[in-house]
Design a protein around this ligand. Structure first.
Ligand code: BTN
Length: 326
């Protein structure tokens, strides 16, 4: 961890108490002057840090920005997801950045956030509108030791983790629409774009791109999206702490990724199914140029949707665009 991450961990760990400069300099192994210089830099970024000659330093508030060291400090230790965090002010798409990391052989677990994306991508070739500092736009690099056919399990696990974390942080009525849209009161608040690099029998890299609409107002959405999309702020009626939400999501992703690798996918599916508004409903699914209709019954052991068609067949669906038929 960098000095700033360790410093923020110490300040956050002290809560409402102050930590003395001597204590910090001893525990972090740097001079008091070095601590002071870092505190000044954090203040310049908007961190409100009280400094008293007798008591020491106390963190009063943090600005609404994503700061890699602070995200690491808030996250604490995770097994894989978030071992390394990078924040860009602007990028084309965080999936592009992580794709490059994957090609360069970077270890799994790295998470790339961008405050804004100029070419955010959604599923099925759609645009993902990603205005500066309004949401969480990030991608996670994973290298699960599995066959490409099983990779849907990771997307299902990610949808489950995302829904659980958003619900815990906001108390909003969160639902999953298959495969992984997060809906609140019927409108989309978050989505996941999974991209895969694989050989025939082995996943090489799986990129989980996650977009969460956090603090947008209605005017931040293009007019054509307003009836379909929402933000957590619009639903909760208040601004949300993006960094706190980000770390809650990363912690949940780390946990559910581990559950998949530990062979606990079945238990995870039960949780996912309880959150899913698609199952048990009559749906129409557009798969490229083909449209199938039927009743969404359940997920199979690889995470594919089992659809009972009008003709009574059980069809296994791994991707597509769902609309509710009734
Ligand atoms: C969807 O269509 O529901 C998926 C949306 C995924 C958006 C995220 S934002 C971070 C990452 N970068 C992208 O370009 N897309 C994903």
């Amino acid at each position: 961890m960098s000095l700033d991450a360790r410093l923020l961990t110490a300040l956050r760990g002290a809560g409402a108490d102050a930590v003395s400069g001597v204590e910090l300099s001893e525990s972090l192994g740097v001079t008091r002057a070095a601590i002071w210089a870092r505190i000044e830099e954090l203040r310049r970024l908007g961190y409100e840090i009280e400094a008293s000659p007798h008591r020491g330093y106390r963190l009063i508030s943090a600005p609404d920005l994503l700061h890699a060291d602070d995200l690491l400090a808030r996250l604490g230790s995770t097994r894989v997801v978030g071992r390394d965090i990078r924040v860009f002010q602007e990028t084309t798409s965080t999936n592009d950045v992580v794709e490059k990391f994957a090609r360069d052989g970077v270890k799994e677990g790295v998470v790339v956030f961008a405050e804004a994306q100029t070419r955010g991508r959604g599923r099925l070739g759609r645009v993902w509108v990603s205005p500066a500092r309004k949401g969480l736009w990030f991608s996670v690099l994973l290298r699960p030791p599995m066959r490409p056919q099983e990779a849907t399990q990771i997307t299902i696990a990610a949808g489950n983790a995302l829904a659980r974390a958003v619900k815990a942080q906001t108390r909003l009525p969160v639902e999953i629409k298959w495969p992984n849209d997060l809906l609140i009161r019927g409108r989309k608040a978050a989505g996941i774009l999974t991209e895969l690099h694989a050989e025939l029998d082995q996943v090489k890299a799986l990129i989980l791109g996650i977009g969460v609409n956090v603090n947008q107002t209605a005017r931040d959405f293009p007019a054509e999206l307003r009836p379909l999309a929402t933000s957590l702020r619009l639903e909760a009626g208040q601004l949300l702490d993006r960094a706190g939400l980000a770390t809650a999501i990363l912690r949940a992703l780390d946990r559910d990724y581990r559950r998949v690798l530990d062979g606990e996918f079945d238990a995870l599916v039960s949780e996912w199914e309880a959150r899913c508004s698609t199952l048990g409903r009559r749906v129409a699914i557009q798969i490229g140029g083909r449209r199938v209709e039927g009743r969404a019954e359940s997920l199979d052991s690889d995470g594919a949707l089992l659809l009972r068609t009008q003709h009574g067949h059980l069809e296994r669906i791994i991707g597509g665009d769902v609309t509710m038929a009734s």
